[in-house]
Design a protein. Structure first.
Length: 76
């Protein structure tokens, strides 16, 4: 199951509404107010490898792609 999308299981349970309701009740993730999963990447939605410094809010892979556009220089 992915971090943000637990709804992929719904396709299998559409024909069984009672089991679907039980699944939603017990398996839906709670709303997070702090921690890693509250800050996904602005560009791709990835949660891990997140850079928050200077309000960038990108994962490290997207940062590497767009660092020159943002005005950062590579020294070395």
């Amino acid at each position: 199951m992915s971090y943000s999308n637990y709804k992929k299981v719904f396709k299998q349970l559409t024909s069984k509404p009672v089991k679907l309701a039980k699944f939603i009740k017990h398996n839906s993730p709670k709303k997070r107010t702090f921690g890693v999963s509250t800050r996904p990447c602005r560009r791709c939605g990835r949660i891990k490898g997140h850079i928050r410094k200077y309000g960038i809010n990108l994962c490290r892979q997207c940062y590497r792609d767009s660092a020159k556009k943002l005005g950062f220089k590579k020294y070395s």
